[in-house]
Design a protein around this ligand. Sequence first.
Ligand SMILES: *Cc1c(COP(=O)(O)O)cnc(C)c1O
Length: 395
Amino acid sequence: MIIYADNAATTKMSKTAINNMLPYMTDIFGNPSSLHTIGQKANEALESARKTVADCLGCEPKEIYFTSGGSEADNQAIISAAKLGEKKGKKHIISTEFEHHAVLHTLNKLEKEGFEIELLPVGEKGNVTAEQIENAIKSDTCLVTTMFANNEIGSVLPIAEIGSVCKSKGVIFHTDAVQAAGHLHIDVKEQNIDMLSLSSHKFHGPKGVGVLYSRIGIPLVNLIEGGAQEKGKRAGTENIPGIMGMAAALKEAVENIDENYAKVSYLRDKLIKGLSKIPHSALNGEPVSRLPGNVNFCFEGIEGESLLLLLDAKGICASSGSACTSGSLDPSHVLLAIGRPHEVAHGSLRLSLCEWNTEDEVDYILKVTPEIVEYLRNMSPVWKDLVNGKKEFML
Ligand SMILES: *Cc1c(COP(=O)(O)O)cnc(C)c1O
């Protein structure tokens, strides 16, 4: 038996998504720019997908740009807003310490070009308030970019409040909604979001497809030059099968959003309650304002990587945090941002659920994990020092 509990890294495709892709790999394989029937059929499909996505986000189809994923959408949104600001002499950008690297690394690049980047602290529970944003906005602020929900510790940010602060101050607001799309209610008009990124493979769609929503009136900077696709803002023959799969997956997720939320958050809470019983452990992030599927713990005295390998041997796929930082020895920047010391941050475990996980799976995880933690602690020299009192417990 394999239990997949790493849905924040990527998800399995739904049957709906796969079935909606197949015709565009077989009969309707045309290039949407071609004038013949097969091309025009592909073009009609493309525009119907754009309408579906727009309806799911509460915007106009012409405000939707298809990209290769969340990372590309983040890059294009941030660079576009920065370049627009620069033209008006505004070079101050506000973001947070616990953004995804697609955002942080883009901001680093802009900093080298002379932009002033201000990363707001996220506190012990890992969140930011609209007041923090309001206080940070200056006369030369051109962009606020904050994630909708954090991919590691699951915090859900007060997006509508941040949006209305930005609107009242006349500052562009971009949100990386990759973890939120299909899982939390999004309405870009109601929430005053000017730009938004999402990624198909985080809601049971195919990999390599994403969306940038950009409000009418914000000029986009091209990251890829070439043909006139996507209103001239994103060159390259459209990934029609991927786009069709994504639109179907998003529609399905949005239609079932409340039902899935109830189901998944029930499993999440059961996991959190059970894992909290492990001594010298701590939940990372907020208990309440949290993604329905996110569980993230630190266990003192163990290495997260060893825990993952032993869980994997028991058939449980989990993560120590972000898929992007695993493989490097640096502890997660998100766990450091919420004040976890290096040693503690190394002993982290993220379990991210979806609506296909079952209560039996959760019970199995709750049986196996405490045993593995104890096993690892028994052979850990750090744990010995903690128990002997040579080192002090931090959790
Ligand atoms: C996965 C993820 C991304 C990157 O999306 P890709 O489609 O994999 O490029 C960006 N931001 C967040 C919050 C994510 O979880």
